[in-house]
Design a protein around this ligand. Sequence first.
Ligand code: GLV
Ligand code: MN
Ligand code: MN
Length: 420
Amino acid sequence: MMASAPHGGPRAPRIDGERLWRRHLELARHGALSAGGVDRPAFSAIDAQARRQLVDWGRAIGLVPSMDAIGNLFLRRTGRRPELPAVATGSHLDTQPTGGKFDGAYGVLAGLEALASLHEAGLQTERDLLLVVWANEEGSHFAPTTMGSAVFSGQLPLAEALAAQAPDGGRLEDALPAFLAAHPEVPRQDTAPPLHAFLEAHIEQGPVLEAAGLPLGIVTGIQGLRWLEVDVRGQEAHAGTTPGSVRRDALRQAVQMARALFAHFDALGDSVRFTLGRWRVEPGSPNTVPGRVRFTIDLRHPREAALADGEEAIRQLCETHAGPCTVAVERLSGSAPIVFPEGIRDLLDQCADLWAFPRMALVSGATHDAKLLHGVTTTGMLFVPCEKGISHNQLENATPEHLAAGTQVLAEALLRLADA
Ligand code: GLV
Ligand code: MN
Ligand code: MN
């Protein structure tokens, strides 16, 4: 157990839920889309703009910024004993191409609001508090997902991250220098700051809390994830003259693979999550038989053994349906399921109790930076509901009351960890 069990009522000051809500709307202007969502690609000029806004808000309450080599941004609030490992919180500011206002932004703004409430109450903690914006959580342009926290935690070598290539062929090592240079006022910090604990608040991104009518979830763990890419190669040919019997049509075979894969995973039921999210068809011309098709697979399950079986089934089914084409299945990235430590789950639960918020325990279906931090420090997560469970969608929504409830519990838990 990291902090003594809460007793004697709440210690954290009341957070300002109205300011928290307003800041979500202000931040969402950076990359705003017409249907209410946000497109803020990791390492883009828009991503840098959003961070500058955050740095300004942080500076106004005395937070000191720094940034590491992969673009993780740290905003530090100094405690009485800065020589001790800090207590960190945060999430990410990059979004999906058609993302919402809350995925990632909530964890960052909840952390900022928690620190603002301590600042306004004039409360100094023993340990430093660190608000972190992890770089490139979404991984939708430069894979893998949770890139910044993976580099920070030593689970992805920096050189490997820099070699990441976007679907348009652009390399991260070419894009990153301009992004880092867009923050001239933020000093570089190339050694990872030692951490005592990390807490991440996030919208649930699924339907469980809303269906249960609860404002809060204590996350027990995060399911495992595999990203694969299937590469089918055939032969380009004239669409009008080439008879079907002699074609080596990469799309035809890829579609057969997809049908077989959906049938396989559908039969396994709801505990497995299987998605074919990106298709690239070459040459992409209406009157040329496709010579090459690549499609991605996102496979998730709470048990590692089920992921291993799933990956094996994918390889076999793709071979079986390759026909006159060749196929290669490459693993792009993966992470095992994790379970958060009981001590931190208990602390979050007790803090929720102090503020009288009903809650439940639940597993996270989405991946989060907290999964990577779990490898290096005591880590926990809090969820708040989102409307109809919708996320990775411009319509993503949450209520100011639920966002405030999660932030209040976060502030209470951070305070207790930072004084432990
Ligand atoms: C993160 O956005 C994920 O894909 O779970
Ligand atoms: Mn997220
Ligand atoms: Mn996301």
